[in-house]
Design a protein around this ligand. Structure first.
Ligand code: SF4
Length: 410
């Protein structure tokens, strides 16, 4: 099978090689802001997060907010004249920000970018008691949606996962969140060390008992370069995991939460706009340590990656170097795969017209890949809408790989 080409990292001098991409219109624009600190590092986590008391990463709220502001200003030429439809403040644990800090951050953004009046602004939060006391102030500053990293309500599993909150704190935090935010997401994990089917079901039942309108459900995975990868805990085998998944999906459906993406479930009108935009090959400006971005222009699409380490990132933006470690034009032959990577994760897929608008490609450019995907039973036959079949949804990476660019053998 062909392999995806790895494009060498190259810092561009704000000019790009000419490409044949031609976009008639630009997709909606979102803003992603990364906060790279947590109270402590969870053993399963491969996100760009650092323990807050780790001297090496030097957490200082004002300095980091200054850096974000610099980063935003240095990034503005990428999005001149465009309005932002959603903001997602993720991490790490951005609820470690003080209410004043969060208020300043949003004020800095508002002063520099036009926003929709009904903009969705999500903040990821740890469901600890300290965080919950800040929710009222966060709502006042403009946060409209909160995403709580619950993971489990079982004290044993919370301990195994290295979480810093207790089950009682999680329950209390959900209550406070619902008081101040119309839209609350609960992250729940299953396939946990020594977890039984009944325990997985009990966790989700508890999560749904709060009249929850959005759940992100993840199977615990042992990611490389994590403590769990080095010292693997005993997690449920494939059969038990499959049983868990089946039971949990049924519970979500019974509660009226439909699956709209591989891991996301929502009541009607409660879907997360930011994530849908991300999965539909929409644009997002990424600021903060390790943040990724994707921005379209009439003649090209670029991807950006910021320095991962907070200190290096801050030095770079304060030195007027944009915090970038990568800024590259997406090659023409990568666009189809990049589009399918997100769009086919969506339960309803994406219209062919969206594929054409957002990549500048035509259906005929990928016709042979489409035909093969249909022939394998992975893609629905009606190509006006690019949608995985139930089989394709089950073997999503096999379906997405069909759209990889062909690399000629040397
Ligand atoms: S709280 Fe979240 S981001 Fe932080 S270490 Fe744990 S899993 Fe990673």
């Amino acid at each position: 099978m062909s392999k995806r080409t790895i494009i060498p990292i190259q810092l561009a001098e704000k000019s790009y090689p000419s490409q044949q991409t031609h976009l008639e219109s630009l997709p909606p624009l979102s803003l992603y802001i990364h906060f790279p600190w947590c109270e402590k590092k969870c053993p399963y986590c491969d996100f760009n997060s650092h323990a807050i008391n780790d001297q090496g990463t030097g957490f200082d709220e004002q300095s980091y907010l200054d850096a974000l502001c610099h980063d935003l200003e240095q990034s503005l030429p990428l999005i001149w004249g465009r309005r932002v439809h959603s903001i997602f403040i993720g991490g790490g644990t951005p609820s470690l920000l003080s209410p004043e800090g969060l208020d300043r951050l949003l004020a800095d953004v508002r002063a520099r970018i036009g926003m929709d009046s009904d903009i969705e602004i999500t903040l990821e939060a740890n469901p600890g008691s300290v965080e919950a006391t800040k929710f009222a102030a966060y709502a006042k500053s403009g946060i409209t949606r909160i995403s709580l990293g619950i993971q489990s309500f079982n004290p044993r599993h919370l301990k195994d996962l290295g979480r810093v909150h207790s089950a009682a704190e999680a329950v209390a935090a959900i209550g406070v969140a619902k008081q101040f935010f119309k839209r609350v997401n609960l992250d729940v994990m299953y396939g946990l060390p020594h977890q039984s089917l009944d325990e997985a079901i009990a966790d989700l039942q508890t999560a749904l008992s709060f009249d929850t309108d959005h759940v992100s459900l993840y199977h615990l995975t042992l990611e490389p370069n994590t403590l769990f990868a080095k010292f693997p805990p005993p997690i449920p085998d494939e059969d038990l995991s499959a049983q868990m998944q089946e039971s949990l999906l049924q519970l979500l459906e019974n509660a009226g939460l439909h699956r709209y993406e591989i891991s996301a479930y929502a009541k009607p009108q409660s879907e997360c706009f930011h994530n849908i935009n991300y999965w539909s090959f929409g644009d997002y400006l990424g600021i903060g340590a390790g943040a990724h971005g994707k921005i379209s222009f009439p003649d090209k699409i670029i991807r950006t990656v910021k320095e991962r380490h907070p200190q290096t990132y801050m030095q770079s933006v304060f030195g007027n170097r944009h915090g970038l470690i990568e800024e590259r034009v997406v090659a023409q032959d990568e666009l189809a795969f990049e589009f399918m990577l997100g769009a086919l994760r969506l339960k309803n897929g994406a219209p062919m017209s969206m594929f054409e608008q957002r990549t500048g490609l035509q259906q005929m450019n990928i016709q042979s890949d489409l035909d093969l995907a249909v022939e394998k039973g992975l893609l629905e036959k009606d190509l006006m809408n690019l949608k995985a079949t139930p089989l394709g949804f089950l073997f999503l990476s096999d379906l997405q790989e069909l759209f990889l660019p062909v690399v000629s053998e040397l």
